[in-house]
Each structure stands twice: as structure tokens, then as C-alpha cells.
Write a protein that binds this ligand. Structure first.
Ligand code: ARG
Length: 459
């Protein structure tokens, strides 16, 4: 097939080169946005009189038919037509004849590809936002049922202080809501129309960019033609948002893997969200969580790819930038695939309250509260820390916990200790007394759930 740009060439492209630089195998997924963008462009060309109105109408009719044909699986894309933009133009000209050749008036593939990618990303961000809202709702539901499910909170993966399962879950609510905010914020910069920038220096035709922007639902129009065709920071920003979201999912998955280990057994994943071993009959593996943790690396890789691709490119468009699509598509696909399984996986996991409670009771998670108790009786904190530490060492030496030592023994360490100590260091008290805004006390977590519901209602 003759190239759409073939005029100045006397030789045809090497077959290997044709395959090498063709992007149709992956950018065909942009077909809907490419054609919808072209319809708006054609209408504007007709309305401004740049091409005759009846030509614009014919083009629009033809383009609409092409969408249907693609959706019905009747179209075979052609590698020699390079990319989705030229494939559509070839299809159009085949369908409506010479008039089809007028579509590309006042436009370049450089502003066209930026338009397509932005339209696509706008749509995907909305889909992802809905998925995040579903996840956030699930986290809220789960949390509401576990306001007094006491579990150990960890630092250095050593039992630290008691918290509740609801409090632990609501930490992830905060992370995922920031992920949603970041996506939406990124969407604001995606939502700016680049079409009209031409190859790099606009066009001499009296195009109406506002009309196209309005028809395609953009919030504003780019103000520099060179930037419009060479900007890919919205792709990098999106993948960066996706990376951060994957990082949060991955941390949650890591905890799920830990919690479901036989050593800990805080949760049990539903059979539908775990897998067995081909050799070890007893195994129930948290593969889904592990795979999400693993796929995080892929999205980080995409981010590094795009940062590196873009770092040395002079203005304006360069073919290097065609590399943006696979990184972008893969990041979107990966994040979506992970969210699709992650949300029901946590919604269906069984929570083992007794094991959580026992773990909180062991491991001296109330040692800080013992120190605080002494402080409230008048001892300076540093001295109280010392006394509590000695008591912990004593308990370890006799394989006991702080709750089980008799009062006489306590008195040997400090005569400030009275029989109200047992109430003061019960794990329930430890949680309830941490009644500061943002703390694990059930009233505070209830408040954060309320705020979370408000957040979702407004988003
Ligand atoms: N397929 C190209 C891309 O994805 C479209 C723009 C091509 N422009 C050009 N002058 N080669 O970036």
C-alpha cells in the first residue's frame, strides 16, 4: 500500500522497518477516541468553512460507520498503515472516496495522538476512580464491624502497642483515599485539549479549538503548540499515581500474607481467593496477594521507562514518544486487574478475633501503658520506662506476661503500683484510653469512619 506520507519518497519502506515502527498492534485500543476526536475535528472544519459542510457530513457519517464496523469485528488493521490514526484515514477514504482525504486538514498526527491518549486516559481515570470508591466502601464496611477487635500494632514487625483491626484497616482507607485524590488531580491536567497544535506550530487554517474542546468535553485548551505535542508528563504523572496506589495495595497484600501464615493466623482467605499446591496437599496459598505485590514491580518499571524515555528528547514531537502507550496501557491494565481481585478478596476474608486478641495480650504490648501508669502516679517518664522494662525482663525470665504477676511482685519493682494496675494495663483499656483524634479508641475510629463516609458521599 502507498504511504499517506509517500509523496517525497521514491523507495518503499523496508519490511523490517515497517514492522519496527508500526504501533497499530497496541494503539488500536485508542480507536474509539481517535474516531470520536476526528468527528469533532471534521464537524469544526465544516462549521468554519475550512472544508464544505457536506464533505464534513460525509466524513462524519463514514467515521461513525467505521466505529460500528470495528466493534463488530469487521475491520482488519493494516501494519503498513502504521498506527491507528492512519488506519482510520485509510478506512475512511476506502469507504467514502476522495472526500476522506480532507479529514486531516489543519491537523497532524502529533496533536492527534496526544488528543487520543488524553481522551482515553480521562475515561480510564473515571473507571479507576469508581473502582477505588468500591474499595474504600469495602474498607469502611469491614472496619465498622471491628471497632473493638483488639490486635497488636507493630513497629519493626515486633508487637508494639494494641490497636484494633478497624484502626489498622482505616489506615488503608486514608492511603486509598489519597490515591483517589491523586488520580482525580492528575485528571485535571489530562483534561486540557491539545488538538490544534498541529505538528508543532499550530496551523494557518482558521480552526475553532473551543468548539472541538466543548464537543469532546475538555475543560480547557493548551496554550503552547510545542508543549501540546511534546508533553507526556500527564502519562508520567498517571503512572506515578498508579505506582503509589500499587505500593499501597502491595503493603496491604504483604500484611494479608503475614496475617494468613500459620504462625499468625489472624485471617483466613476465602477458598475462592487462594490456591493450593500441586504437591503439598495441606497448602492454602495467598497467591492473589503475592501476585499483586509482584505486579507492583511492573508498574514501577513502567514509570522508570517513561521517565527515561522522556529525559533527553528535544522539543517538539519525536518518535521516541510512541513508547508511552505500552507503558501507559500496561499500568492501567495492571492496576485495574489488581483492584478487581483485591476488593472481593478482603471483603470475603475471615477474621480470627481470638488469635488477634491473644497476640495483643502476648508480646508485652501494654508495657508502655504500665510506664504511663507510673507517670500518672508521679514518676518521671524515663524512670517509669526503666521500671516497666525491668518488669518485662522479669516476665520473660519466668515466661509470664505483665497481666499475671501478683501485686506483691509488682511492689518489689515500684511501691507506686497498686491493685488498679490490672485494669490499667488490660489491652482493652490500652485501646480505649488512646482516645485522641486519630487514635485507636473505638469512638475515634467511629469518627474516622463517619468522616470516610462523608468523603465518599462527596466524591
Ligand atoms: N504513532 C505515533 C505515536 O504514537 C503517532 C504520531 C506520529 N507522528 C509522526 N510524525 N511520526 O506517537
Amino acid at each position: 500500500m502507498g504511504k499517506l506520507w509517500g509523496g517525497r519518497f521514491s523507495k518503499s519502506t523496508d519490511k523490517l522497518v515497517e514492522d519496527f515502527h508500526s504501533s497499530i498492534s497496541f494503539d488500536k485500543r485508542l480507536y474509539y477516541f481517535d474516531i470520536t476526536g476526528s468527528i469533532a475535528h471534521a464537524r469544526m472544519l465544516g462549521d468554519t468553512g475550512i472544508i464544505p459542510k457536506q464533505d464534513a457530513d460525509l466524513i462524519i457519517k463514514g467515521l461513525k460507520e467505521i466505529i460500528t464496523e470495528i466493534e463488530n469485528g469487521q475491520v482488519e488493521f493494516d501494519v503498513s498503515a502504521e498506527d491507528i490514526h492512519m488506519n482510520v484515514e485509510v478506512l475512511l477514504t476506502k469507504k467514502i472516496g476522495q472526500v476522506g482525504k480532507k479529514l486531516h486538514t489543519g491537523r497532524s498526527r502529533n496533536d492527534q495522538v496526544a488528543l487520543d491518549a488524553k481522551m482515553y486516559l480521562k475515561t480510564e481515570i473515571e473507571i479507576l476512580a469508581e473502582m477505588f470508591k468500591e474499595l474504600l466502601n469495602t474498607v469502611l464496611d469491614l472496619s465498622s464491624g471491628h471497632l473493638d477487635t483488639v490486635m497488636p500494632g507493630y513497629t519493626h514487625l515486633q508487637r508494639a502497642q494494641p490497636v484494633t483491626f478497624a484502626h489498622h484497616l482505616m489506615a488503608y482507607f486514608q492511603m486509598f483515599s489519597r490515591d483517589l485524590d491523586r488520580l482525580r488531580d492528575c485528571g485535571k491536567r489530562v483534561n486540557i485539549l491539545p488538538l490544534g497544535a498541529g505538528a508543532l506550530a499550530g496551523t494557518t487554517f482558521p480552526i475553532n479549538r473551543e468548539q472541538v474542546s466543548e464537543e469532546l468535553g475538555f475543560s480547557s485548551i493548551t496554550l503552547n503548540s510545542m508543549d501540546s505535542v511534546s508533553d507526556r508528563d500527564y502519562v508520567i504523572e498517571f503512572i506515578s499515581c498508579a505506582s503509589m496506589a500499587m505500593m499501597h495495595l502491595s503493603r496491604f497484600c504483604e500484611e494479608i500474607i503475614f496475617w494468613s501464615s500459620q504462625e499468625v493466623r489472624f485471617i483466613e482467605l476465602d477458598d475462592a481467593y487462594s490456591t493450593g499446591s500441586s504437591i503439598m496437599p495441606q497448602k492454602k496459598n495467598p497467591d492473589v496477594a503475592e501476585l499483586i505485590r509482584g505486579k507492583t514491580g511492573r508498574v514501577y518499571g513502567n514509570l522508570m521507562t517513561m521517565l527515561t524515555v522522556m529525559k533527553g528528547i528535544p522539543l517538539a514531537y519525536n518518535k521516541d514518544m510512541q513508547e508511552d502507550k505500552e507503558s501507559l496501557f500496561d499500568s492501567i491494565d495492571t492496576l485495574k486487574k489488581c483492584l478487581i481481585v483485591f476488593t472481593p478478596m478482603i471483603a470475603t476474608m475471615k477474621i480470627n478475633r481470638a488469635n488477634m486478641l491473644n497476640a495483643a495480650k502476648g508480646g508485652f504490648t501494654n508495657a508502655t501503658d504500665l510506664a504511663d501508669y507510673l507517670v500518672k502516679k508521679g514518676l518521671p517518664f524515663r524512670d517509669a520506662h526503666e521500671v516497666s522494662g525491668k518488669l518485662v525482663a522479669y516476665c520473660i525470665s519466668i515466661s509470664s506476661d505483665l497481666d499475671s504477676i501478683p501485686l506483691e511482685k509488682y511492689k518489689e519493682f515500684s511501691d507506686l503500683i497498686e491493685d488498679d494496675i490490672y485494669e490499667a494495663i488490660s489491652v482493652y483499656t490500652c485501646v480505649e484510653k488512646r482516645n485522641v483524634i486519630g487514635g485507636p479508641a473505638p469512638d475515634q475510629v467511629r469518627y474516622s469512619i463517619l468522616k470516610g463516609k462523608e468523603y465518599l458521599a462527596n466524591n
